[in-house]
Ligand binder design. Structure first.
Ligand SMILES: Nc1ncnc2c1ncn2[C@@H]1O[C@H](COP(=O)(O)OP(=O)(O)OP(=O)(O)O)[C@@H](O)[C@H]1O
Ligand SMILES: [Mg+2]
Length: 259
């Protein structure tokens, strides 16, 4: 029985039909694997911030997050988005429990600096309370996790969901880490690159081939590969067979990250 961490991005979460397919996809793998879902929700956060007329910016793919924004991020991710996914999985009769990095002290975070720059309540994960995940596995519950976390200082931190998924995969020694995004894989010169070596990643970033949200995704993927996660994939959503294909097809539809 393998452990699979599946990170789903804001676009998958956004379309109701896709969440139904996700439920079916989880059902197909649950007999052989223990799936753990970590979700983002960039689209939903942007929509909510627009409603509040709040402008936002990113530094190296990380959202600059002030005190008011971290509340919005927590409401959107740990509330609306998390429960939407839980609801969709329950509709497909998958036993599910949703929580965030805050609950049970799953993730302890601290302020993340980007090249020495303070971008507000953006966190990196320092420790993972794995027992919560073990508990879910024993209870045959599929965890659905929002990356919002708490610091030892009592602050709430917005943690990029790719980072959270990778930290979790490393901590629970997952066999697979699959990033599902709104692109079919890592695109270089308008084509999906089938495989990327971890040693190439910083070059791809500095050459401008990889920008925005793909920067933290590739860096997180590389770290997971270095820390022993056996298979790390980045791909798009291809219907309810997506997860089964990624896990058993041998061939990944998107990009494989390897050392
Ligand atoms: N070389 C690249 N190949 C593919 N996508 C790229 C590349 N460079 C930049 N990107 C951007 O990265 C985006 C994916 O990251 P993004 O953070 O937006 O989504 P996500 O991580 O899947 O979802 P969320 O952030 O909501 O969890 C793509 O939509 C694309 O615009
Ligand atoms: Mg992202």
């Amino acid at each position: 029985m393998g452990t699979v961490v599946i990170k789903i991005g804001g676009s998958t979460v956004d379309a109701s039909g896709l969440l139904q397919e996700l439920g079916k996809s989880i059902k197909e793998i649950i007999h052989n694997d223990f799936p753990v879902i970590v979700h983002g929700g960039g689209k939903d956060i942007a929509r909510q911030l627009d409603l509040l007329n709040k402008e936002f910016t990113f530094v190296e793919g990380m959202r600059v997050t002030d005190a008011q924004m971290v509340n919005v991020v927590q409401m959107v991710l740990s509330g609306d988005v998390n429960k939407r996914i839980v609801n969709a999985l329950l509709m497909e009769k998958v036993n599910t429990i949703g929580f965030s990095g805050v609950d049970g002290g799953l993730f302890t975070a601290s302020k993340m600096l980007i090249k020495g720059q303070d971008i507000g309540f953006v966190g990196e994960i320092n420790s993972v309370n794995k027992e919560i995940i073990t508990f879910c596995q024993q209870a045959k519950l599929t965890p659905v996790i929002s990356p919002v976390s708490r610091g030892e200082d009592g602050a709430i931190y917005n943690v990029n969901a790719d980072l959270a998924a990778s930290e979790l995969a490393m901590a629970i020694k997952a066999d697979d880490l699959i990033f599902i995004s709104d692109v079919p894989g890592v695109m270089i010169d308008k084509k999906v690159r089938r495989s990327i070596k971890t040693s190439e990643i910083e070059e791809l970033i500095s050459a401008g081939h990889v920008t925005g949200g793909m920067i933290p995704k590739l860096r997180s993927a590389a770290e997971a590969v270095h820390k022993g996660v056996k298979r790390v994939h980045i791909c798009g959503w291809n219907g309810s067979r997506t997860l089964l294909n990624e896990l058993t097809g041998g061939e990944c539809a998107g990009t494989v990250i390897h050392s």
